[in-house]
Write a protein that binds this ligand. Structure first.
Ligand code: ADP
Length: 286
């Protein structure tokens, strides 16, 4: 099952719906001002997610403790039903725990309003999905501009366009800005999705099975790209994957089982960095 709920397109839609409030500096400041830099980037303490009540209650997460420091690259693994989606939805500020604390740089996320969580998400988090989740009839450029427009902070459409072009360039898609997803390969679509995730310069990228729809070579290219974001740009990467070959790119592997963390270890299988395959060829101009 997809680890991050399909809520993000819905989340994006919701973000669009609340874009005017996002521009209100008082609310933005109230979310951001409580963020302190002397704590781990992410801290979960006793995080529990309970569905249902009484005898029928199901513990999707059962008292999880987890610290993630800025700059880590963490793979989240575990069998289906072990709680990965639930954890990612909470980490991505898309859902809240039933009990316990989620601190993002010292801010108690569980105490924020839905609106403040949305703002924190737009300011600090980027999302990459297995199914790319691009708007179909919209150019790569416009897909990448969207989070900036939703965030409501971009001074102008022109600045958003420039930032999107730069993000596309950084994922090897310079020259492909005006192509729609249908005109791009799966690997290129995922590059667009990564450009969309990083255009806001997030602290964290949450990636849900980012290579699940790609062949081996394209998967390795995407993983090298994620590793580059992590190593060269210091972006913290949290990635759910079922594939040990992809988890091998992470420097730490956290395994879930039955709503608990079964193991949390440095990765012994770290793949040595390799040069990226040649970036996507420039599109032919007619
Ligand atoms: P994973 O992502 O590892 O497959 P999930 O986090 O999706 O696991 O699910 C963990 C457990 O919580 C599973 O038993 C699942 O059936 C249950 N669960 C997840 N979401 C809901 C929900 N909205 N309502 C009831 N049970 C849920």
């Amino acid at each position: 099952m997809s680890a991050l709920s399909p809520e993000v397109p819905a989340g994006l839609a919701r973000a669009a719906a609340d874009a005017p409030t996002a521009a209100r500096p008082d609310l933005l400041a109230s979310t951001v001002s409580v963020i302190r830099s002397d704590s781990p980037l992410i801290r979960l303490r006793g995080v529990t997610k309970r569905y249902g009540t009484g005898q029928a209650a199901l513990m999707a997460l059962n008292c999880i403790d987890l610290d993630i420091n800025a700059g880590e690259f963490v793979a989240i693994m575990g069998p289906s039903g072990s709680g990965k989606s639930t954890a990612m939805n909470i980490l991505g500020c898309l859902d809240t725990p039933s009990d316990g604390q989620y601190l993002f740089r010292g801010t108690h996320v569980e105490a924020l309003s839905r609106d403040q969580r949305a703002r924190l998400r737009r300011r600090y988090l980027g999302f990459v999905f297995q199914g790319f989740n691009l708007l179909a009839r919209t150019s790569a450029q416009e897909n990448v501009e969207l989070p900036l427009l939703y965030r409501g902070e971009s001074a102008s459409r022109r600045q958003a366009a420039a930032a999107a072009a730069k993000a596309l360039q950084s994922v090897g898609l310079g020259g492909w800005e005006h192509h729609t997803p249908g005109e791009l390969s799966g690997g290129q679509q995922q590059r667009v999705a990564i450009a969309r995730a990083i255009v806001t310069e997030p602290a964290v990228v949450l990636a849900d099975e980012p290579t699940g729809n790609l062949d081996t070579q394209r998967s390795q290219e995407i993983m090298e790209l994620l590793r580059g974001l992590n190593v060269e740009h210091g972006i913290t990467v949290l990635m759910v994957t079922h594939e040990p070959d992809m988890a091998a790119y992470a420097r730490r592997v956290v395994r879930f089982i039955d709503g608990r963390i079964e193991s949390d270890q440095p990765n012994p299988l770290l793949v040595p960095p390799r040069p990226l395959h040649a970036p996507a060829a420039q599109p032919r101009r007619s």
